[in-house]
Design a protein around this ligand. Structure first.
Ligand SMILES: Nc1nc2c(c(=O)[nH]1)N[C@H]1C(S)=C(S)[C@@H](COP(=O)(O)O)O[C@H]1N2
Ligand SMILES: [Mo]
Length: 529
């Protein structure tokens, strides 16, 4: 082993080593963040902008004064975005180098450089959180990348100086050779850059979707849907009357969420029509839109489960689109197809009657989330999702039940799927223990497009007692209910049943989800102490 002289200049790492340490740390930080962000965007699970680079770019553009924006466009034309990214890249490289050069200047300088590094992460985090539809989970890439980048910075900068390399010998560890330090530094730069490239490639079209969703302006509607006072009873633990998009259940056959740039999207109306119609995005957005509150239900929902949710949907009535195409006599079904090949067979009558089946573009006033069908999907009151709620919809074929079938029909599910009247106890939870005294038993009940007029609760083998209902918003939405229970010590069974607007009482007969929806009373057991 070559002994190292601990004198003069050799005691300090060179500026170039510092540059390498900084570049390596910066590349690893950005690489890990962009890779994680790309995977998140690809998974379609994000509403906001998890890529710190995109977030910084977006935040910068938002804060750019108009004159600068205009001159940037004048200078770079349609390359203005490329110019922005190049600019961000240059700034990041310079900052990384400065941090690295400082970090090899000894302990105190290294600490200071680390503080600056963390502050910059904070700036990136603020940019991410400032983006439209941002969620806390969008910070995951930065949370993963920060420690990695810092570790690279520390390892390289502590082993960069000859003094540090020999110092490790004193602690009984083998010194890290200069060659290993330099080699690791270069490898980290290359790996970081590769991760950036992979991350951005993986995100693919998801990026176009993010941009399009940010630019989306929810269309105006003639009359807004309002949640009537008392629809949400406010009982703690009960499913919110309007379920936030981020919490809305998701069911589909898509392994990878389709990413559709609305500029490339179109919907074709084909089959038994007078003339085929192709609807593109600007044309759809210019149509007179409506709002409808509709509770969406999955046929796979077991009694007591929560594969369902209520939302306000904005869209154009499907009947108007079918009117434009002109339905020919004899048709009784519309086979809707999604960009990923899924199909649903919906009775033509459910799309043309007055129930306001919508070609939806917004959920609760926001552009549809990618996983809920962006840019457009169907929502049909009263029918299970598998026969009606096609997401990423690209074709409506007017046809017959005799000639065509939806995706799930040959897989053991019935061709027609009206939603069964059902009710659920949300609180207390099954097998919960509660203290004796006043206990609110509460939940939701639904009979979409028919309406709920009563909910009854049975304790042990007692009589059915009326629960108090939340205000009805529309017949297409569920209703909350609450039953004030004077709980006495012991183990009790609680069952619930709904009564719909036709006076029909929910059946006690149990059925599994297949082929046309589960039935039976949701029954729970509670211990009172
Ligand atoms: N493209 C597509 N659309 C689809 C499905 C699907 O698998 N692919 N599943 C349907 C089913 S079974 C249900 S219950 C609803 C669920 O909609 P959500 O994920 O927005 O809650 O979407 C429907 N639309
Ligand atoms: Mo479903």
């Amino acid at each position: 082993m070559v002994p190292i002289e601990l004198t003069g200049r050799s005691n300090r790492a060179s500026t170039s080593t510092g540059v390498l340490a900084g570049m390596a740390s910066g590349a690893v930080t950005v690489g890990v963040a962009e890779l994680a962000a790309g995977l998140m965007q690809r998974g379609g699970r994000t509403g906001g902008t998890p890529s710190p680079i995109d977030a910084l770019g977006g935040a910068f553009v938002d804060r750019t004064p108009p004159w600068l924006k205009d001159s940037a466009i004048a200078l770079f034309g349609t390359n203005d975005k490329t110019a922005l990214y190049v600019g961000i890249g240059i700034v990041l490289v310079l900052l990384s180098c400065a941090i690295g050069v400082a970090a090899v200047r000894g302990r105190t300088a290294r600490r200071a450089a680390s503080v600056v590094f963390v502050l910059l992460l904070g700036v990136a985090a603020a940019a991410v959180l400032s983006r439209p539809q941002a969620a806390g989970s969008d910070l995951t890439p930065l949370a993963l990348a920060g420690p990695c980048g810092l570790a690279v910075l520390w390892w390289l900068s502590t082993h960069a100086s000859p003094a540090a390399r020999t110092a490790t010998v004193g602690r009984g560890r083998a010194p890290v050779s200069r060659r290993v330090v330099l080699g690791s530094g270069f490898a980290a730069v290359v790996a970081g850059a590769a991760a950036v490239a992979v991350g951005r490639a993986v995100a693919g079209g998801a990026r176009a979707v993010t941009a399009a969703r940010e630019a989306f302006v929810t269309p105006r509607v003639g009359s807004r849907v309002v949640v009537p006072a008392g629809a949400d009873l406010g009982v703690p633990g009960v499913t919110p009357f309007i379920v936030p998009e981020a919490d809305f259940y998701r069911i589909d056959t898509a392994l990878v969420v389709p990413t559709i740039d609305p500029q490339e999207w179109s919907l074709r109306v084909t089959g038994m029509v007078e003339k085929e119609v192709t609807l593109d995005w600007p044309t759809l957005l210019a149509k007179p839109m409506q709002e409808a509150m509709v509770t969406l239900m999955c046929v796979s929902n077991e009694v007591g489960d929560s594969l369902n949710g209520n939302a306000v949907w904005t869209g154009w009535p499907v009947r108007e689109l079918l009117r434009e195409a002109g339905v020919r006599p004899g048709a009784d079904m519309v086979l809707s197809t999604s960009a990923d090949g899924f199909t649903a067979g919906t009775p033509l009558s459910a799309l043309t009657d007055d129930r306001n089946a919508l070609l939806v573009v917004a959920q609760n006033g926001q552009a549809l989330r990618p996983e809920h069908g962006f840019p457009a999907r169907l929502v049909v009151p009263g029918l299970y999702g598998y026969v009606s709620a096609t997401k990423w919809v690209t074709e409506l074929k007017v046809t017959t039940f005799a000639d065509d079938e939806g995706y799930w029909t040959p897989r053991g599910w019935s061709a027609r799927g009206p939603i069964k009247t059902q009710s659920r106890i949300d609180v207390p939870r099954d097998r919960a223990s509660v203290t004796a005294g006043d206990v609110a038993v509460a939940g939701v009940a639904w009979a979409p497009h028919v309406g709920i007029t009563g909910v009854q609760v049975r304790l042990d083998e007692g009589d059915w007692q009326d629960a108090r209902l939340g205000t009805e918003a529309t017949v297409d939405a569920w209703r909350q209910w609450v039953y004030p229970w004077a709980a006495t010590p012991g183990t009790h069974t609680i069952a619930v049943r709904a009564v719909d607007a036709t006076g029909t009482v929910q059946t006690p007969t149990t059925a599994p989800p297949a082929p046309d929806g589960a039935s039976g009373h949701h029954t729970i057991s509670v211990t009172v102490t």
